[in-house]
Write a protein that binds this ligand. Structure first.
Ligand code: PLP
Length: 424
């Protein structure tokens, strides 16, 4: 066989090898608070780096358009079955490559260009693919947006109902990227029924909490549920859509051949293993700890004088209003990054700052909980956040906190058995 087939990445492409190795080190020494990120178990690194990447498998099990699918179609059947069992759904499509394309599939399956869709405002926590003007969703559909109330910073369900009655949407979307509270799925169902709309819940952020039983499950209330597999669900990067049986055929046809060609078979296998792991006792304990950690982090930050959007959290996510420290969200993200705490700037509801500046920083506990951190570490991290954001010019404090955060990370080793940034 050609020599290229057996040479290592390091010898073939030292530049990419070196950067991947640096990324492993970055993940190991940083305190990862990005709410949409997590660390996958070793078994998922194995499957993701497997020979499954070689296979074309257009179509669905037993109706594939390629030969040689006798093993990969069984993997897909297992993934579908496990998704349905885990979330209590009639049907699942495990082929969407990403969360945004999962949502696109539901749009294409339920509405036509020009139809009205009611979804959450991006600057109140909604996602780009729910109707932002630069996204396909905002370009091709008439988006009417609901938000949170100014007083409670929680979803204003009466406003959702009023907007639904006024605009008669064909599709209503619940679910968000930066919303720290439970969503009342039953209320969304009754609003959708009142106006004859289809209800999509995008549970990308909370899927792991739903699987672990620490967050209400949207499946019984929804016509469609979309999700990524890589956030709190702690799986390989990808997405899936659940739906009621009457939509199963339409959904499948929309994903393939409507939107995609060959699915990523290694990703489908990754989802199968992800669903298996998410059904375990250990995962239940993990997801309960994710929420406990978020609540403790929220309490510690409040005690240190920060304002949290909606006053706290019910899930894995906290939206920190950083204006009390006279910094912007953008500055907060940079300052925390300098000391090894990774976060992202985020709009807060009714934010006076521009989207690239913002007044908030979004924090999440899924990744640090995977590393084994618990309540005492939340106290330590909240102290670090407080010291850095309250002393943005003080280089000595930054140096001290950076060393402290690196030592904290070292105490909770990430992939200690890995020599290379993959499984050998
Ligand atoms: N839906 C929600 C609620 C999200 O938060 C995200 C990503 O953060 C997505 C969809 C999109 O997922 P992806 O980045 O895989 O396209």
């Amino acid at each position: 066989m050609n020599k290229i087939m057996s040479e290592t990445l390091n010898s073939i492409d030292p530049e990419i090898y070196d950067l991947t190795k640096k990324e492993l080190k970055r993940q190991r020494v940083h305190i990862e608070l990005i709410a949409s990120e997590n660390f996958v178990p070793r078994s998922l690194l194995e499957i993701q780096g497997s020979i499954l990447t070689n296979k074309y498998a257009e179509g669905y099990p037993h109706k594939k358009y390629y030969g040689g699918c006798e093993f990969v179609e069984v993997i897909e059947e297992i993934a579908v079955k496990r998704a349905c069992e885990l979330f209590g759904s009639d049907h699942a499509n495990v082929q969407p490559h990403a969360g945004a394309s999962a949502n696109q599939a539901v749009f294409f399956a339920t509405v036509n260009p020009g139809d009205t869709v009611l979804s959450m405002k991006l600057d109140h926590g909604g996602h780009l693919s729910h109707g932002h003007p630069v996204n396909f969703s905002g370009r091709f559909y008439n988006i009417v947006a609901y938000g949170v109330s100014r007083e409670t910073e929680t979803i204003d369900y009466d406003e959702v109902e009023r907007l639904a009655k006024e605009s008669k949407p064909k599709l209503i979307i619940a679910g968000a990227s930066a919303y720290p509270r439970f969503i009342d799925f039953a209320r969304f169902r009754s609003i959708a029924d009142e106006v004859g709309a289809v209800l999509l819940v995008d549970m990308a952020h909370i899927a792991g909490l739903v699987a672990g039983g620490v967050h209400p499950n949207p499946t019984p209330y929804s016509d469609f549920v979309s999700s990524t597999s890589h956030k709190t669900l702690r799986g390989t990067r990808g997405a899936f859509v659940l739906c009621k049986k009457e939509y199963a055929q339409t959904l499948d046809r929309t994903v393939f051949p409507g939107m995609q060609g060959g699915p990523l078979v290694q990703s489908i296998a990754g989802k199968a293993v992800t669903f298996l792991l998410a059904g375990t006792e250990e995962f239940k304990e993990y997801s309960a700890q994710v929420v406990k950690n978020a609540k403790v982090l929220a309490k510690c930050l409040t005690e240190r004088g920060f304002r949290l959007v909606s006053g706290g959290t019910d899930n894995h996510l906290i939206l920190l209003d950083v204006r009390s420290r006279n910094v912007t969200g953008k500055e907060g993200e940079i300052l925390l990054g300098e000391v090894g705490i990774t976060t992202n700037k985020n709009m807060i509801p009714f934010d006076p700052a521009k989207p690239m500046v913002t007044s908030g920083v979004r924090l999440g506990t899924a990744a640090i909980t995977t590393r084994g951190m618990k309540e005492p570490e939340m106290e330590v991290i909240s102290d670090a956040i407080e010291r850095v954001l309250s002393n943005p010019q003080n280089e000595n404090i930054k140096k001290e906190v950076k060393a402290h955060m690196a030592a904290l990370a070292e105490g909770f080793p990430l992939y200690p058995e890995l020599v290379e940034p993959w499984v050998n």
